[in-house]
Design a protein around this ligand. Structure first.
Ligand code: FES
Length: 516
């Protein structure tokens, strides 16, 4: 037998007669990202559960809605915690720091056995995105959990080869784990809504595209959205980038998805042997994905004491002057990786309000520098937030990405393009991880490909996307542009310029198939 119990959000429990594994269980009443994210609907009862019969626990990546320190600390110490072997030690160190337990790192693209369940792990091809895909096999049943990773066509093929066919179950995330465009201020409300809708569509289209190739017997829309229960970010519950599983299921069915697809709730169970999905009727007495607004209001009230206690603790962190600390912090960061500094090539304005707040400029380039902001200083990017969060970052090592995901900031950028390397440097802040990205990006093959636009013009372009190396053979081509199908960067075929990010595609116009 192979059964999967859905534990809420991304959490699953995969079991056979001999083995029981919890992956990405998140049950704490303190939510995640400093109580900004909450499990939706609530699944806190799993924290009281007796987990002593577990064979292992898996943490797929370092986002706190997958890595619950409270849960990991309370399981018996003999139960191993498995993580993928990423280029950077960040995930290992984070678990060790938060739980005082050392996880076991499993090598990639090799088979491992956990009890009578075999598994193999893939990560996104570019080490810029440290997220993983887990493929489980047991008793001739197979499960692919893509978590929040983007998989390439060749990776999908190797998963199919590993399984020996199509999976019985595919778990895919349709809701965003992002702060763009939610906290960005450069848009009028209508344009912001359009940007959110576009992002949602691109995520759902990606899920649609992988189901076309993987053709799973069952599809489960897993992980998300979170509930935003803190008053200051409650508005984000309505942002389209966080579609709930019911909305995503409807979208897929309207597009023509034919196989069984589920919008799970905590306690639902899929029995792959019997081919049956059992809905947890208890939770459905008080909760429905179709109307969540009253539930969210009550839930917010109920969790307020927990949110307050997390925020009160942060308020009590001693204030110290930020200037020297920030200078030391960024100067250390400038020395991590010169390639990243050059690729970022922009100026960031930190506008910090609250006690000990201030305004600083950080320039990442060939000659990076840090200084106090002066009127008329030019900048391309702006982050504005309360000084208590800066204290968490500087004095308690809160990762930047965890802070950004909390949505407790406003941001602005001009030009309005995504700077992958800026986020990469901030989130890793680590020489191994940045070096791995540099090696990967410098080794992208220079093979070329001929593409034809919708009006018949031919271009010779680099075969692999300059962002993270996906093959552009599956790119979506319009009149003048090509859109990479992996992360949806769009390139102007005439100039090679990426219109929504900071990279360029090699391109040559061909006339009668000859270079022009
Ligand atoms: S690989 Fe990321 S957009 Fe192409």
């Amino acid at each position: 037998m192979v059964k999967i119990e859905f534990l809420g959000h991304a959490g699953i429990c995969v079991s056979t007669e001999q083995t029981k594994i919890v992956m990405d269980g998140w049950f704490t009443k303190n939510g995640a990202f400093d109580a900004s994210w909450y499990q939706f609907p609530a699944n806190h009862h799993y924290m009281e559960h007796d987990w002593s019969d577990l064979t292992a626990v898996i943490v797929s990546h370092e986002h706190m809605d997958h890595l619950d320190p409270e849960f990991l600390s309370c399981i018996p110490k003999e139960i191993p915690i498995y993580i993928p072997e990423y280029p950077s030690p960040n995930l290992f160190e984070k678990i060790k720091f938060l739980t005082k337990k050392e996880p076991n790192q499993l090598s990639l693209e090799k088979q491992h056995s956990i009890g009578d369940i075999n598994c193999q792990i893939w990560t996104e091809e570019s080490p810029m995105n440290q997220d993983s895909i887990w493929v489980f096999k047991s008793n001739e049943k197979s499960i692919i959990n893509t978590v929040d990773s983007r998989v390439s066509i060749s990776q999908i093929q190797s998963m199919i080869d590993y399984i020996g066919g199509n999976p019985n179950l595919l778990l895919a995330q349709c809701s965003g784990a992002s702060w763009f465009p939610v906290v960005y201020t450069q848009y009028e409300p209508e344009n912001k809504m359009k940007a959110s809708e576009k992002k949602k569509e691109s995520k759902l289209n990606y899920v649609w595209s992988i189901t076309k190739t993987l053709r799973p017997e069952h599809l489960v829309i897993n992980a998300g959205p979170p509930a935003f229960l803190d008053k200051e970010i409650f508005y984000a519950n309505d942002d389209p980038i966080f579609p709930n599983p019911y909305t995503s299921k409807k979208w897929l069915l309207e597009k023509g998805y034919k196989n069984p697809v589920y919008a799970p709730m905590p306690g639902d169970l899929l029995d792959l042997e019997k081919n049956n999905y059992y809905e947890n009727s208890n939770i459905r007495e008080n909760f429905s994905w179709e109307n969540t607004s009253d539930y969210l209001k009550e839930y917010a009230q109920k969790m307020q004491p927990h949110i307050n206690s997390v925020k009160n603790r942060i308020d009590k962190i001693q204030n110290t002057s930020f200037h020297e600390k920030l200078q030391e912090y960024f100067e250390k960061m400038f020395n991590l990786n010169a390639y990243f500094n050059e690729r970022i090539n922009m100026t960031v304005f930190f506008d910090i309000n609250g006690p000990d707040g201030g305004k600083w400029i950080v320039n990442f380039s060939k000659k990076p520098f840090f200084k106090k902001f002066e009127q008329d200083d030019h900048y391309d990017y702006k982050y504005s937030f309360h000084s208590k969060w800066l204290k968490r970052i500087l004095y308690e090592k809160l990762p930047w990405e965890d802070f950004f995901l909390s949505l407790r900031l406003v941001s602005w950028r001009n030009p309005d393009i995504y700077n992958d390397h800026l986020l990469g440097l901030l989130k890793f802040n680590d020489e191994y991880a940045t070096h791995a990205v540099e090696i990967f990006e410098k080794s992208i093959s220079d093979e070329t490909l001929t593409v034809t636009t919708t009006n018949g013009q031919k271009y010779e372009i680099a075969k692999f996307c300059p962002h993270a190396g996906a093959s552009l053979e599956t790119g979506i081509i319009s009149e003048k542009q090509i859109e990479c199908s992996l992360h949806h960067y769009v390139f102007d075929l005439e100039t090679g310029k990426c219109i929504n990010a900071n990279c360029n595609l090699k391109t040559k116009k061909l006339i009668n198939n000859l270079e022009w």
